[in-house]
Ligand binder design. Structure first.
Ligand code: PGA
Length: 235
């Protein structure tokens, strides 16, 4: 059983979501499938697909115009949310501490947070990959997290949306670092996903790597003819 998460980013329509949910409902798979959609399309999922948000506010409620709280996301029917996605870290200057606040509120409101960590090209070139990943996990996991009550996604920021896939060795190395840190923190049950430029052509190979419990898929999750073969590429 693997976990396959689609991230629609700022794309899609309610009609496209209806179509995708219908197609996923006809699949017979042991894998768990989540779809993280824009806030305006949030709704309840079903056994075939859990619906999630792409972020939640770091504030509980109040005077924060334009923000959407974890409580609101849960009330809209969602059961999961991304936090700390690299595009949020870049465009909203999200720090690990901000990500921990978001994840903490997600857990408080019964949402399963998928906490994203990963290094930029500059950080990798400077030999900081290990440090960034380790700090990302230690500092972004909130104090109210429980063993298995959240997911980590390793997203090498230099590969996202770029059509570049790291080597198997690079993925295996990063996931091993994350697994070791999670074990040290007492979170042995926490799944670790890989995300960046996943397609049906590489998904089975990637999910065959040690410590890879699933994938987070951006571009290739938007069309059912791209997304479904990824789900079906593994048992
Ligand atoms: P990509 O995006 O699959 O389009 O590279 C991955 C992500 O942003 O989660």
């Amino acid at each position: 059983m693997k976990i396959i998460v689609g991230n629609w980013k700022m794309n899609g329509t309610p009609e496209l979501l209806d179509e995708m949910i219908g197609a996923l409902g006809e699949l017979h798979t042991e894998n768990r499938v989540f779809l993280c959609v824009p806030y305006t399309m949030l709704r309840s999922g079903n056994v075939a697909v859990m619906i999630g948000a792409q972020n939640v506010s770091k504030y509980d409620s109040g005077a924060h115009t334009g923000e959407i709280s974890a409580e609101m996301v849960a009330a809209a029917g969602a059961s999961v949310t991304l936090v700390g996605h690299s595009e949020c870290r870049k465009e909203q200057q999200d720090t690990n501490a901000d990500v921990a606040k978001r994840a903490g509120l997600a857990i408080k409101n019964n949402l399963l947070p998928i906490i994203c960590v990963g290094e930029t090209a500059e950080e990798r070139d400077a030999g900081l990959t290990y440090k960034i990943i380790e700090q990302g996990v230690r500092e972004s996991v909130p104090a109210n997290a429980s063993n298995g009550g959240f997911i980590i996604a390793y997203e090498p920021r230099w590969a996202i949306g770029a059509g570049i896939t790291p080597t198997k060795e690079q993925i295996a190395e990063a996931h091993k670092i994350i697994r070791d840190v999670l074990n040290e923190m007492g979170f042995e049950e926490t799944p670790i996903l890989y995300g960046a430029s996943v397609t049906a052509a590489n998904s089975a190979d990637i999910m065959g790597i040690e410590n890879v419990d699933g994938v987070l898929v951006g571009g290739a999750s938007l069309k059912k003819d791209d997304f479904i073969p990824i789900i079906q590429s593994v048992k």
